[in-house]
Design a protein around this ligand. Structure first.
Ligand SMILES: Cc1ncc(COP(=O)(O)O)c(C=O)c1O
Length: 284
């Protein structure tokens, strides 16, 4: 894998070495936290489910009243060039649209588009089989369907998660759960119905794939999930681009089901991996 000093990024309308990719301090992302982004996986040099991510990126920008300076076609060309230059075996491409350089740090400006690629590793089989422990926290993101750059609550809670011996935090509103800072949430009920919250959540691409796969084999519901539903569930898991499907075995110190990774969860994960591999092998 090349060292990060050899990586390239797109900024200010051109591809440059990552080490030279700077944004001025007057940008509204720095001054006021105004910006959106998206992140997709690249396996063996091929983007996985790219069209879904691009669609969500343009939609997040639209919801935040920001214009993406490149057409989808041009964006895809830049992505292909970056992947070609960076030569990373497993990576993610992050597309960030920031508020732009505002003379007084508040007035609207022309957005800046940044694209960067970084390596990452997926959870290994031991982590998947062990499952993770989570805590809950009352919070709802400001504009949940938009993938904005505001992750301050999640970042601030990292110390609390660690102090409680947990791995992540699930947001809820008066006992009705929504999502994690960076993942969607599912339960499997005792009758194998797969349920995921639909309100006040980011419409995750892995969530969408998981719903499609689950509906081939199990009853599926997009609807409210309460903390009590979780405690009564047979299984629970989270989904995201970087984690795929990860079993949750404990919530607020209470074991879920038999306290082990569930069979429905692991079945869905195996089928998701197969689907991703199929898509990568089909892409020219
Ligand atoms: C708030 C939030 N929910 C859910 C997700 C999972 O979405 P995806 O499966 O598209 O990665 C993310 C991804 O970063 C997120 O930021």
């Amino acid at each position: 894998m090349p060292s990060s000093s050899k990586l390239h990024a797109y900024i200010h309308g051109k591809i440059q070495p990552l080490q030279d990719a700077y944004l001025h301090v007057s940008d509204l992302s720095v001054q006021r936290g105004y910006g959106v982004f998206d992140f997709f996986k690249v396996q063996d040099g091929k983007p996985v489910f790219l069209d879904d991510y691009l669609q969500r990126f343009y939609e997040s920008a639209r919801l935040m009243d920001m214009a993406v300076p490149l057409s989808e076609k041009k964006l895809k060309e830049v992505i292909a060039q970056l992947i070609q230059l960076n030569q990373l075996p497993l990576s993610g491409v992050k597309m960030i649209l920031t508020g732009g350089y505002s003379p007084n740090g508040y007035d609207l400006a022309a957005p800046n588009l940044i694209m960067m690629q970084q390596g990452f590793s997926l959870p290994n089989r031991a982590t998947v089989e062990e499952g993770i422990k989570i805590i809950t926290h009352e919070y709802v993101r400001e504009i949940p369907v938009a993938k904005t750059i505001n992750y301050t609550v999640g970042i601030r809670l990292q110390k609390e998660i660690k102090a409680q011996g947990a791995d992540d935090v699930l947001y809820h509103q008066q006992g009705t759960v929504t999502e994690f800072p960076r993942c969607n949430f599912f339960i499997v009920k005792q009758d194998n119905t797969v349920v995921t919250p639909a309100k006040d959540v980011l419409l995750g691409i892995t969530r969408k794939r998981t719903l499609e796969l689950a509906s081939q084999q199990y009853p599926v519901v997009e609807g409210p999930v309460t903390l009590e539903d979780i405690y009564q569930a047979k299984e629970a898991f989270l989904t995201s681009t970087t984690k795929r499907i990860l079993p949750i075995v404990q919530v607020n110190g209470r074991a879920i089901g038999d306290g082990k990774s569930g069979t429905v969860t692991l079945d869905l994960l195996d089928r998701l991996i197969a689907q991703e591999e199929q898509q990568v092998s089909r892409t020219a």
